[in-house]
Write a protein that binds this ligand. Structure first.
Ligand code: NAD
Length: 254
């Protein structure tokens, strides 16, 4: 029904084969997109590079979003090699452990600022750099979680952080709509990734979904990948400003 053949996609957030970004990268590639894949640092490179090479990524580059120079260099490389970008996928989040594990009431100023910078403002910085490369329109995607809307045990300050991310999606969608650039968030249910291992009692969250979601199924990488590939396609260009729940219907349950 749609093809991404010849499209250029930047995927940020692959840490290993369990990463949501990896599921999306694979699906984008399967539909024909050419990929740029980033790794956080040298330590991460040894895990990310083989995966990126496995699916023939044309650009493999470092990106720690707290380093503006690295982000500039990445977009310069994309501009030079491709001269355009069709899809940006931002699948990263971070919060210092001591703030993540405490009450929202007790979250430190520094921890909150760091979590917002890496998990939210980095998306704005990337979209800003992507905009001139999306002269023919494009799709900007990020990854959120339902803890933005409802209080989820142990999700703590990442709830407010994801709420900010989702609001950012709506405002940027409104700002970029007339350029045919869509901005959306994917919101999967709990998935066993490295980031998830930082959340206390994560298995309990997964058990809850398996028990209460209408499908009784946990979200798989393939579920998120397929949805991302569709939203990346021109067929979905009129879909913007949304948070797309990919959670077996968990969010409709009382
Ligand atoms: P993951 O650990 O595989 O990915 C997190 C990524 O964030 C890693 O690749 C890490 O390198 C990257 N990152 C952290 N700090 C960074 C920085 N300064 N610069 C660049 N990259 C940085 O875990 P994941 O679960 O795939 O997480 C991806 C996204 O999905 C996150 O936004 C997360 O909140 C969201 N999410 C996860 C779940 C889940 O249950 N796993 C559910 C809903 C949403």
């Amino acid at each position: 029904m749609f093809s991404l053949k010849g499209q250029k996609a930047l995927v940020v957030g692959v840490a290993n084969e369990h990463s949501i970004a990896w599921g999306c990268a694979r699906a984008l590639r399967e539909q024909g997109a050419d990929l740029a894949i980033t790794y956080l640092n040298e330590k991460a490179e040894q895990f990310v590079r083989p995966l990126a090479e496995e699916i023939g990524a044309e650009i493999i580059a470092p990106l720690d979003v707290s380093e503006d120079a690295e982000m500039d260099a990445l977009f310069a490389q994309i501009s030079e090699k491709w001269g355009r970008l069709d899809t940006l996928l931002h699948a990263i989040a971070f919060c210092p452990a001591e703030d993540l594990h405490g009450r929202v009431v007790d979250c430190s100023r520094k921890g909150f600022a760091t979590a917002m910078d890496i998990s939210v403002h980095s998306f704005m910085r990337m979209v800003r750099r992507a905009e001139p490369l999306m002269a023919n329109g494009g799709s900007c995607l990020t990854v959120s979680y339902y803890g933005s809307v409802r209080v989820m045990e142990n999700y703590n300050v990442m709830g407010p952080v994801k709420a900010a991310l989702e609001s950012t999606v709506r405002y940027m969608a409104a700002e970029l709509g007339d350029k045919d650039i869509s901005v959306n968030a994917l919101s999967p249910g709990p998935m066993k990734t490295r980031a998830a291992s930082g959340i206390a009692e994560f298995d309990k969250m997964m058990d809850d979904v398996a028990e209460r979601a209408p499908t009784h199924q946990l979200t798989k990488l393939e579920d998120v990948g397929a949805y991302a590939a569709f939203l990346a396609s021109p067929s979905a260009r009129n879909v913007t400003g949304c948070v797309h729940m990919i959670d077996g219907g968990f969010h409709i349950m009382g």
